[in-house]
Design a protein around this ligand. Structure first.
Ligand code: SF4
Ligand code: SF4
Length: 163
């Protein structure tokens, strides 16, 4: 079985989960609050990425088609994370935009509003050299709140799926 077959299975399972639990997931008030907290934390971390110059550095890398959002990275997106995106109204792609890119990579960057921590934390050697240790520490610190918010969000989704 190829990784593309696995992805088809993964997306089928996701569709079934969404169909079965959509009402519970979209009506849960606690989950709504957790999604808002995550969004706030995400925006704060994005602000730090912008202020440090990391955002522009990665955007240029993406334009030059050297991005780290490569094929198979989609397997770091677990069902709960993808369900959280569906709750937020994100439309998942029906096909890969770039032959060798992550399934969730669109022309303007990542299509997900809630992204795996590995994607958020990753700093390649070129970016690390550009940022320097002080700015890296700032970015890592800013991501701690988002990591906590993601943990609680996914835990709540697990609880709701088990009901
Ligand atoms: S982390 Fe490195 S490889 Fe990934 S997008 Fe940024 S500059 Fe490019
Ligand atoms: S940031 Fe988005 S597009 Fe990039 S590897 Fe992660 S999930 Fe895929």
């Amino acid at each position: 079985m190829t990784s593309r077959d696995l992805l088809t299975q993964k997306l089928d399972l996701l569709r079934r989960l969404w169909k079965a639990h959509r009402k519970t997931l979209t009506e849960d008030q606690e989950l709504k609050h957790l999604l808002i907290s995550h969004q706030r934390a995400f925006e704060k971390a994005q602000k730090v990425m912008k202020e440090t110059g990391g955002e522009a550095f990665c955007a240029r890398c993406g334009r030059e088609k050297r991005s780290c959002c490569g094929e198979d990275m989609e397997f770091h997106c677990d069902d709960r994370l993808l369900l959280a995106n569906l709750i937020c109204g994100v439309e998942l792609p029906t096909q890969r935009t770039f032959e060798k890119g992550c399934y969730f990579l669109g022309k303007e960057g990542c299509l997900l509003r809630i992204r795996p921590l590995i994607c958020r934390n990753f700093i390649c050697p070129e970016l690390a050299a550009f940022l320097g240790t002080k700015k890296i520490a700032l970015i890592q610190h800013s991501l701690e709140e988002e990591a906590r918010a993601l943990f609680f969000l996914e835990e709540r989704i697990s609880c709701l799926l088990a009901k």
